[in-house]
Ligand binder design. Structure first.
Ligand SMILES: C[S@@+](CC[C@H](N)C(=O)[O-])C[C@H]1O[C@@H](n2cnc3c(N)ncnc32)[C@H](O)[C@@H]1O
Length: 223
């Protein structure tokens, strides 16, 4: 899976070099290419934004710099262009799994008051939000999208860890335990020590249902 990110703040993407995503890049399961929109400014001061027509607060990112940054991406014929925006469809697990089936995503990050509408109309296929609140920029949302989608790219995680997770079967995940067997006088549930796989599966399903009922009853209503 290839991700091209168009941003004014490439330095924000350092966290993607750590942990599972760092390893996925080293092993070439995913490729993350961060493009600095500012590099495409023709202005001698590298200006990329201007005041909004019609007045109002803040600055708007200019359409030509965004367009030129987008045009610099090679082999983009089959890519989906996503604008991270509070106005988009809210990202959920179903959408994450759909996006993971693509080979190439181009992620456009706004900042300040946003991006001139004309270039959005020209290049964007869909708008995605990470929730009903407003952030200062699309960088964190794009990292959320890259992280969640990459987990479903073949070879990044084991199939088993993806299949049993929260939301994967309409339920939240059962509780997890590891050593020591007793911690602060609390013992690990007996069934998990039994080695009886059928009983363990049954217990986990019951727990998943109970936890979903308590924390997210709305998920059970969708069943
Ligand atoms: C301050 S916001 C602009 C908000 C815009 N003026 C509005 O009211 O819809 C700057 C940028 O942050 C990003 N952004 C902010 N909140 C977001 C969210 N919930 N999901 C995805 N992107 C978001 C978008 O890329 C947006 O262009």
């Amino acid at each position: 899976m290839r991700f091209d990110v168009l941003t004014l703040f490439p330095e924000m993407y350092e966290p993607l070099k750590a942990s599972i995503l760092g390893k996925a890049q080293e092993t070439k399961k995913i490729d993350i290419n961060v493009i600095n929109i500012r590099d495409f400014s023709k202005d001698k001061h590298k200006k990329v934004d201007d005041t909004p027509y019609g007045g109002g607060a803040g600055m708007v990112i200019k359409p030509d710099v965004v367009y030129d940054a987008y045009q610099s991406i090679e082999e983009k014929e089959n890519a989906i262009v996503i604008y991270l925006s509070p106005q988009g469809t809210t990202l959920n697990q179903k959408k994450v799994e759909q996006l993971a089936k693509q080979n190439h995503l181009i992620l456009l990050c706004g900042h300040y008051e946003g991006i001139d509408q004309r270039v959005l109309d020209e290049i964007v296929d869909e708008e995605i939000s990470i929730g009903d609140y407003v952030l200062t920029g699309g960088e964190l949302p794009s990292m959320v999208l890259i992280d969640s989608v990459s987990r479903y790219v073949e070879g990044v995680l084991t199939q088993e860890s993806i299949q049993e997770e929260s939301f994967s079967n309409g339920l939240l995940e059962y509780p997890q335990y590891t050593r020591p067997e007793t911690f602060l006088k609390k013992k690990v549930p007996e069934v998990l020590l039994s080695g009886h796989h059928k009983n363990i599966r049954k217990w986990r399903l019951e727990q998943a249902r109970e936890i979903t009922k308590q924390k997210r009853p709305d998920l059970l209503e969708k069943e």
